[in-house]
Ligand binder design. Structure first.
Ligand code: NAP
Length: 519
């Protein structure tokens, strides 16, 4: 049995040797930029004419790589191939499958800074955020491997003495894995490793703005780990081109998706429609957006609250499903806390994160995202008062930089308080008192994360019952869930509450079979 699960320790970037090591990794990744990457179908590498060209959001002229793009025909072939591979993979023992994951985790750990440095360049992550992303990917593999060791043997039932009863968690079949770009290592690796370790075969479609990190993961699993061919198929391709084919294919057994509400709902509806020749009901595991709030009352430690709000609002440029996009503050401490929030935001250095660990905010992911955020800033000026930022930051490289932006006096039902922006735009909302604040916090269609800063036990207890969010934190920020410790998933339009990184998660990738025999 493996040693107990432990989270991967973060890299301490105050240490000069760690800074040097990360700079060397950045240089090594830069030496690999511009390469061409294949699809993997049944272990075969396929290069296509059409390619997705991935560029650096800090410097869009810098090409990260060219990744082959699947057609609907190739996507369909990948599902057929995965269905064939399933016939062998499902017979592989659970502990053998777990060992593959432990070995994949070891391989990724060996080149941890390389994976993280690639995300600095391809996704615009700060060093700390990129390091966390790779650490989380490793955590998922280590955690789900151990979970499979727990769930693989026959499970106990309350069988009477005259019967031998065994309950096994057996795999489902072909899983379509569709991750977003914002945790391009952790989420892609997490969704795929859960799929595979449970005995399913995977068809993985990475997000189109971060396909190179996906290609590196596909290379690790296929060329370095030597998983049996067809277990990890890799079909990059634009969602609008290959998405429906993958979801609707009659041999698709389940879809595990993380991304926006709009695409999640589309998948939910299309997966529900049975296709000719489809012998099962497709399962969907959908994790979607958020409009997450931090609620602060007059008893709170305002310094801790300000630090938490700023970290959760602007970490990775606010491009986290768990980001604090609403700070709901009771009237008594509204002005005092706002001043502290602005003071801390002023110290954030925005720039190309490749420059060093001092850069706190990099670019937003793409030009279209920058344009969308600027539209929200126009709307915010009509709805409330601009307290900080609000401008794109022009640079010689044409990177997609935006100031961290704070709006105050935003009405709780306005666009800025209701719609997921997914960028560095914080709406500060005034509540009359704690009760009013709780009502405002719950008044969105989402229910992903939330936090309460208060010193009053009775209020925390109320929030425990009434704040409707999948992940609720007290006296800490609403981002940064740890695998194993804080299983992650949301309510309502935030998704199916799958609780990634938790002990219920792998069950979603299996079905239970009971075998009973008189003795
Ligand atoms: P997105 O636009 O919904 O894309 C997510 C994935 O879906 C991408 O791989 C995308 O491919 C693919 N896709 C697009 N159209 C599709 C279709 N018709 N059929 C099947 N797949 C399709 O989301 P995103 O911009 O990548 O990510 C940001 C969103 O993810 C935010 O809403 C955020 O809150 C959410 N998120 C949620 C969680 C969570 O745990 N709840 C975690 C992280 C992010 P292309 O890239 O090729 O379009």
């Amino acid at each position: 049995m493996k040693y107990p699960f432990r989270n991967e320790p973060p890299t301490d970037f105050t240490q000069p040797e760690n800074i040097d090591a990360f700079r060397r990794a950045l240089a090594a990744v830069r030496a690999e930029l511009g390469k061409t990457y294949p699809l993997y179908i049944g272990g075969e590498k396929i290069y296509t004419q059409d390619a997705i060209v991935s560029t650096n959001p800090s410097n869009p002229a810098e090409v990260i790589g060219r990744v082959s793009a699947a057609t609907p025909e190739l996507a369909s072939r990948a599902v057929e191939t995965a269905a064939q591979a399933f016939e062998n993979w499902r017979r592989v023992r659970y502990d053998e499958r777990a060992r593959y994951l432990f070995e994949a985790a070891r391989l990724m750990r060996l080149r941890k800074h390389m994976f993280s440095a690639l995300m600095v360049l391809e996704a615009g992550k700060s060093w700390i955020e990129a390091d966390y992303d790779t650490g989380e990917a490793i955590d998922f593999m280590e955690f789900y491997g151990r979970e499979m060791l727990r769930l693989g043997p026959a499970q106990p039932t309350a069988a009477p003495p005259d019967r031998e009863v065994e309950l096994f968690y057996i795999p489902l079949g072909v899983g379509i894995v569709i991750p977003p770009w914002n945790f391009p290592n952790a989420i892609l690796t997490g969704l795929t490793s859960a799929t595979i370790v449970a005995g399913n075969t995977a068809v993985v479609k990475p997000a189109s703005v971060t396909p190179v990190i996906g290609a590196w993961i596909a290379r690790l699993f296929n060329d370095e780990l030597h998983l049996p061919p067809g277990v990890f198929n890799f079909v990059p391709g634009r969602g609008g081109v290959v998405g429906d084919t993958l979801v609707e294919h009659p041999k698709t057994r389940f879809i595990v998706f993380t991304g926006s509400k709009e695409i999640g709902l589309r998948i939910f509806e299309r997966a529900a429609k049975t296709q000719p020749g489809q012998p099962w009901l497709k399962r969907t595991i959908l994790e979607m957006g958020g409009k997450d709030a931090i609620l602060v009352d007059e008893t709170a430690d305002l310094d801790a609250a300000a630090t938490g709000i700023v970290a959760a609002a602007f970490g990775y440029q606010g491009q986290k499903c768990s980001a604090c996009s609403r700070a709901i503050i009771v009237a008594d401490v509204y002005d005092a806390l706002l001043a502290k929030i602005v003071e801390r935001t002023e110290t954030i250095q925005v720039g190309d994160p490749a420059e060093g660990p001092h850069v706190g905010m990099g670019p937003v992911i793409e030009r279209a995202a920058l344009a969308k955020h600027l539209e929200y800033i126009v709307a915010g000026k009509a709805e409330g008062r601009l307290a900080f930022g609000g401008q794109a930051i022009p640079t010689a490289t044409g990177g997609y930089f935006l100031q961290p932006t704070i709006f105050t006096d935003i009405p709780p039902t306005g666009r800025l308080a209701q719609e997921e922006i997914f960028g560095p735009v914080l709406s500060v909302i005034k509540a009359k008192d704690f009760d009013d604040g709780l009502a405002i916090a719950n008044n969105t269609e989402y229910g992903l994360t939330g936090a309460v800063f208060s010193m009053r036990r009775d209020r925390l207890e109320r929030a425990r019952h009434e704040f409707h969010a999948g992940n609720l934190y007290f006296n800490r920020k609403c981002t940064g869930a740890s695998v194993g410790a804080e299983p992650f998933g949301g309510f309502n339009m935030s998704g199916t509450d799958s609780k990634a990184g938790g002990s219920d998660y792998l069950l979603l990738f299996t079905q239970a079979k009971v075998i009973s025999e008189p003795v």
